[in-house]
Design a binder for this molecule. Structure first.
Ligand code: ADP
Ligand code: ADP
Ligand code: ZN
Length: 214
């Protein structure tokens, strides 16, 4: 099963993608996580990506597409995967389609997690990420067992720089301009499925399971 997660920053794509990956036993591929790992390790790609990410802008398509195409060609992706944060532009979607077509493949579902802009700023200001393993929490909606300590690895939690309200506003503008057109794109491809992202995390997942099957 090959799945794309669509939705605004903070809609819950990552949260749901992790649950999908666990239930259907397929890799979770997050381009944001890949960039953050590169930044942490001080790679050339990380240095380039950071200048865009800090401003709430998208990293240029040419730095993203090959990376994802290489990743989905790896052995562990043979039964499918869930893409989180890619594609984010129409050219990225076209490149993905072309690369898959050359292998006789196509995506199965694009799941659009719908959350209105009004809810996003609040969601993002409460998001906390582990500096060591990247696990994501929320102060109110997905709290850790112990305050400011990652349940998964014991690492410490931070508010991502790009989750500060000024940058979130910019990211929302960028989303509406460059990423939202993908909703129509995948509707035309016949694989779009909308789910309500404003309900409880487990209820959103139940909606997704209805789409994907038990
Ligand atoms: P995205 O990957 O789309 O940017 P995340 O999955 O990181 O979004 O979720 C953004 C924040 O909102 C996180 O702090 C997460 O714990 C929280 N969150 C995710 N889904 C829900 C939900 N259905 N209700 C409330 N909070 C949620
Ligand atoms: P969120 O889950 O909150 O939407 P991500 O972790 O997916 O955020 O992305 C963080 C940042 O990484 C984006 O604001 C953008 O700068 C960059 N990024 C991630 N994926 C892509 C992509 N497919 N194309 C361009 N930039 C990307
Ligand atoms: Zn951790």
């Amino acid at each position: 099963m090959k799945i794309i997660m669509l939705g605004a920053p903070g809609a819950g794509k990552g949260t749901q993608a992790k649950k999908i990956a666990a239930k259907y036993e397929i890799p979770h591929i997050s381009t944001g996580d890949i960039f953050r790992a590169n930044i942490k390790n001080g790679t050339e790609l990380g240095k380039k990506a950071k200048t865009y990410m800090d401003q709430g802008l998208l990293v240029p398509d040419e730095l993203v597409v090959d990376l994802v195409v290489d990743r989905v060609n790896q052995e562990d992706c043979s039964n499918g995967y869930v893409l989180d944060g890619f594609p984010r532009t129409i050219p990225q979607a076209e490149s993905l389609k072309k690369a898959l077509a050359s292998m006789g493949q196509e995506m199965d579902y694009a799941i659009n997690v719908e959350v209105p802009d009004e809810n996003i700023i609040h969601r993002m200001s409460g998001r906390r990420a582990c500096v060591d393993c990247g696990s994501t929490y929320h102060l109110e909606y997905a709290p850790t067992k112990e305050e400011d300590i990652c349940d998964n690895c014991g690492g410490s939690l931070i508010l991502r720089d790009d989750d500060k309200p000024e940058t979130v506003k910019k990211r929302l503008d960028v989303y509406h301009e460059q990423t939202q057109p993908l909703i129509d794109y995948y509707a035309n491809e016949g694989i779009l499925r909308d789910v309500d992202g404003t309900i409880d995390i487990n209820d959103v997942f139940a909606e997704i399971v209805k789409v994907l099957g038990e």
